[in-house]
Every structure is written in structure tokens, then in C-alpha cells.
Design a protein around this ligand. Structure first.
Ligand code: HEM
Length: 216
């Protein structure tokens, strides 16, 4: 993809990612955040985080299936944007849902399985966000970095489980996310099997991306 194409794609990702936040801010200014604003804001932020997380996970299979190298350059941006939304989602839960009542929050984490799962996903995201810079990739080394960043699939799984767990009966949306995650994992397993069975053929057909884009 050309330089201009990449810039346009990145700009589209920035605009698309901040769109839900803009909608929430506009709703806040116009006093139009539904009858249950806290729930609405929490859900919008959580759903945006999950969409960004799964989109970032989709970049590697896209490269494997279509042989394009540019999706890998977007994976880090999408992952960091997902982390940003998870932090906002968590901040709303702390500040607006629980009004900084730490003991009640701790009880919530222990008693409600969907909160325990969400919290685990957030904690696992922290080392990934902290090691997302070029400096950290070099310091850890490609192999260790790759291994650590495999956690993204566990986080995706926990995010989907969190959504499935809290969904009310009859709501089908969480199942679509579970199917999307299964397809992404399936594509990774297929790619892994393909590399194991015919490593030479795969390395011949795929151009080698520059250092830093190669990891993952
Ligand atoms: C990777 C981490 C996380 C992801 C991807 C995520 C995603 C989601 C999603 C998709 C929803 C449902 C949105 C909807 O109903 O349309 C949701 C709701 C919610 N999440 Fe999370 N979440 C995460 C972490 C957390 C954490 C750490 C907490 C708090 C400790 C939390 C608390 C909540 C609450 C309270 C709701 C709303 C429940 C309700 O409907 O009343 N989440 N989240």
C-alpha cells in the first residue's frame, strides 16, 4: 500500500475510533444520554473497546490470508486505542458507578464473575500496552515480545466472555462477537498449521516486513 494510502487508513481509524467518544460528549452536552446515562456510557465504551480489540486481532490473519503486510502496522494503533477505551470504561465504573467506594468495588470484583473476568482482561492488557513501543520490542527481543503479545488472544477471549456473561436472555449480539473471535483464532491455527507443514513455501510467498513490524 502507498504512503498516502496508509496515512488515509490511519486517519480513518483515528476518526472511527473517536467517533463513539464524540457521540458520548455530544450526548453529555445536550443532556441526551438516555434514561440511564451511566449504563449507556459504560456499555458504549465497553463495546467500542471490544470492537477495537477484535479488529486489532484481525490484522495478523488478514496478512496471513491475503499476504498483505500493511495490516500489521495498524495492529499496535488499534490495540492502544482499545486499551484507551478499556481505561475509560473502567474509570466510569470506578467514578460514576461506585463513586470511589473501594470496598464495594472489591466485593463486586470477587462476587460478580463478569466483573472478575473484565478486571482480568484489563490487568493483562497493561503489560501489552507498556511493551508496545519500539524500544521495548528491542529490549525484550522479538521472540519474548511475540510470546507476551499472544496474550492478546486471551484478553479477546476474556472480553467476549465478559460480554456473554452479562448479556440478558434473548440478546444475540454477544454471540456474534464470540463467532468473530472463533474465526480469528481459527485463521491463526490454520496459518500455524500451514507454516508447520510447508515452511519453505510460506516464506517464499510472503515478503519480509521491516524490523518492528515483523514481531507478532
Ligand atoms: C478488556 C476489558 C473489557 C472489555 C473488552 C469490556 C467490554 C464490555 C462490553 C462489550 C460490555 C457490554 C456492552 C453492551 O452491553 O452493549 C461491557 C459492559 C460492562 N463492563 Fe466491561 N469490558 C472490559 C473490562 C471491564 C472492567 C475492568 C470492568 C470493571 C471492573 C467492566 C465493567 C463493566 C460493566 C459494569 C458493564 C455494564 C454492565 C451493565 O450492563 O449493567 N468491564 N464491557
Amino acid at each position: 500500500m502507498s504512503y498516502r494510502g496508509r496515512i488515509a487508513l490511519k486517519a480513518a481509524i483515528w476518526i472511527g475510533s473517536f467517533w463513539p467518544l464524540g457521540v458520548l460528549l455530544r450526548g453529555f452536552m445536550t443532556d441526551d444520554l438516555t434514561a440511564n446515562p451511566i449504563e449507556y456510557v459504560t456499555r458504549t465504551l465497553g463495546l467500542t473497546a471490544l470492537v477495537l480489540l477484535l479488529t486489532s486481532l484481525g490484522m495478523t490473519p488478514l496478512r496471513a490470508l491475503l499476504g498483505w503486510s500493511w495490516p500489521i502496522q495498524l495492529r499496535r494503533l488499534l490495540g492502544l486505542l482499545a486499551f484507551f477505551y478499556v481505561c475509560l470504561h473502567f474509570a466510569v465504573w470506578i467514578g460514576l458507578d461506585h463513586f470511589f467506594a473501594w470496598r464495594r468495588m472489591w466485593e463486586d470484583v470477587l462476587k460478580r464473575p463478569f466483573i472478575t473476568v473484565g478486571m482480568s482482561a484489563l490487568l493483562l492488557l497493561i503489560p501489552l500496552a507498556a511493551t508496545s513501543t519500539q524500544g521495548m520490542i528491542k529490549r525484550l527481543g522479538g521472540a519474548k515480545w511475540r510470546l507476551l503479545h499472544k496474550l492478546a488472544y486471551v484478553i479477546g477471549g476474556l472480553g467476549v466472555l465478559h460480554f456473554l456473561w452479562l448479556a440478558k436472555k434473548g440478546r444475540t449480539t454477544p454471540y456474534y462477537y464470540a463467532i468473530a473471535l472463533s474465526l480469528l483464532l481459527g485463521a491463526r491455527v490454520w496459518d500455524w498449521g500451514r507454516k508447520k507443514l510447508a515452511p519453505e513455501r510460506v516464506s517464499q510467498t510472503k515478503p519480509s516486513p521491516p524490523l518492528g513490524e515483523r514481531v507478532g
